[in-house]
Write a protein that binds this ligand. Sequence first.
Ligand code: CU
Length: 133
Amino acid sequence: MRARQWLVFTTLAAGVLFLVSAAAQPLDTAVPSPAEGQENAGQVREFTIAGNRYAFSPATLTVNRNDLIKITFTAQDIAHSFTVEGYRIMKRAGAGQTVTFEFRADQAGTFPFYCNLSQDEKCKDMKGTLTVR
Ligand SMILES: [Cu+2]
């Protein structure tokens, strides 16, 4: 019986610890230390991108690492998405609609972006490139 109570207690304690650490994590990432913030501070870069006739315009974005990228994406004809796998971004705009979003370009490299909607075969042809130097 005592062994069973101990098991219940340790299981509960582990559960509480897990919840506390899970709750604490977003705060840690949302509030960088001042030193780190200054060292890595990038510029704010705003882009207005149109998705129209199976193409992105502009289709090439070039930024510096740690820039804060603000994108206003409009699907002008039919619904399109702005998808960057390398940054785990997938933003869908309905026909004639605009979505805005932002992200920190914290990894350098060349990242293809595309429309991943399957409503129309030709959406596969929508491609662009995000370069983070
Ligand atoms: Cu599309």
